[in-house]
Design a protein around this ligand. Structure first.
Ligand code: FAQ
Length: 327
């Protein structure tokens, strides 16, 4: 007698997906998932991966001009970590069926986004410290909750990424502390870099909640655990005491502790600027994209050589297996 196994219907699969999310368990690559979830995850992971890769450029700009061997070694290691983060994230996107070449193509043709923050110039070495302090600080605030994101491979990648970002943030803060204990000129450089990066760092958290088309669905799917505004507030609350300890002024006259709310109030963010930078009109968008395109073209021979090496290895493995069977 044959037993007919019943094939689960689409609604059974959907129910199972919803229950998995409801129980706070992870969705894994083997699981059925709705197309909207897959698309959203690929979009967010790809944007994140592209940000890490493009994010190598502003600091990379200072590697050859670092003021000491120690600072150069630290900066090299940091930028290398960012490449690593990009690679884990592209791999996580591949588990959802995305093709890495296609994702790169979408980035360099401007069809996929990367974080607005990397479209600002790095004018002095103090910018390296401020990127560590504020940009990595904002990245950590945003990404620690993503370690509990519902998609398993993304959540697990985020654990390692966050550990490394925490280290990046500390090296940035340590660099700034050293500069603040240096000459007046060094202190002025730190203040100037803080003035330029403060508002763009707040924009990293995305548009305000009432203008964020993806937040509601991403929260329902537990991809995002907090809204953009909640995380932005958390970042401000965390950073104000750090600025005080450092001895720099955050460039916002409206920044004040609100006893009733138990949070810092802060001034109005220039959302028109965020829109402009996201849509390609920031100070360095054209330069960042041109550099990425050039690097992709320059790397063509490496990709070809790696593919050819892999082909030869496969051929050898098949030949060895055939010989073994024949022996
Ligand atoms: N820049 O509906 P929402 C780093 C887009 S890594 C550019 O609120 P969502 C490490 C958004 O994608 C930094 N685009 O979207 C490092 C959406 O696009 P759509 C990157 C932005 O996804 C440190 C549209 O606007 N981190 O810093 C930005 O729910 C130092 C509507 O927005 C991540 O990617 C923006 N700032 O929330 C490296 C973390 N904000 O739908 C080097 C993971 C929004 O048109 C040196 N991502 N958009 O395609 C996330 O948490 C979320 O995707 C948000 C946006 C919070 C960024």
């Amino acid at each position: 007698m044959t037993v007919m196994e019943s094939v689960p219907s689409e609604s059974d699969l959907e129910r199972h997906f919803e229950e998995t999310i409801g129980r706070d368990q992870r969705i894994e690559p083997r699981d059925w998932l709705p197309e909207g979830y897959r698309k959203t995850m690929i979009r967010q992971i790809a944007q994140h991966a592209h940000s890490e890769i493009i994010g190598m450029q502003p600091e990379g700009n200072w590697i050859t001009r670092a003021p000491s061997l120690r600072r150069k070694a630290i900066l090299l290691a940091k930028v290398q970590d960012e490449a690593g983060h990009g690679l884990y994230l592209y791999s996580a996107a591949e588990t959802l069926g995305a093709d890495r070449d296609e994702l790169t193509e979408k980035l360099i043709s401007g069809r996929q986004k990367y974080s607005s923050i990397f479209n600002y110039p790095t004018l002095t070495f103090a910018d390296v410290g401020v990127i560590g302090w504020l940009v990595d600080g904002a990245a950590i605030c945003n990404q620690v909750p993503l370690c509990r994101s519902s998609y398993g491979p993304y959540a697990r990648a985020m654990i390692r990424i966050c550990k490394e970002e925490s280290f990046h943030q500390r090296q940035g803060y340590e660099l700034l502390m050293t500069m603040m204990n240096g000459t007046q000129q060094q202190r002025d450089m730190v203040q100037d870099a803080t003035n330029r990066f403060w508002w763009p760092s707040l924009m990293m958290f995305g548009p305000p909640d009432d203008d964020s088309p993806n937040t509601a669905q991403s929260m329902a799917w537990k991809i995002k655990r907090h809204t953009n505004d909640e995380l932005r507030q958390r970042f401000v609350d965390m950073t104000v005491p750090q600025a005080e300890a450092l001895g720099v002024t955050l460039p916002d006259p409206d920044l004040a502790w609100n006893v009733e709310r138990g949070h810092y109030d802060f001034g109005r963010i220039d959302w028109a600027e965020l829109k402009q930078v996201i849509s390609g009109g920031g100070p360095c968008n054209a330069e960042r994209m041109a550099r990425r395109r050039q690097a992709h073209e320059d790397g063509a021979w490496v990709r070809e050589a790696a593919a050819e090496h892999a082909r030869k290895q496969r051929e050898r493995a098949v030949a060895a297996a055939t010989e073994e069977v024949g022996a």
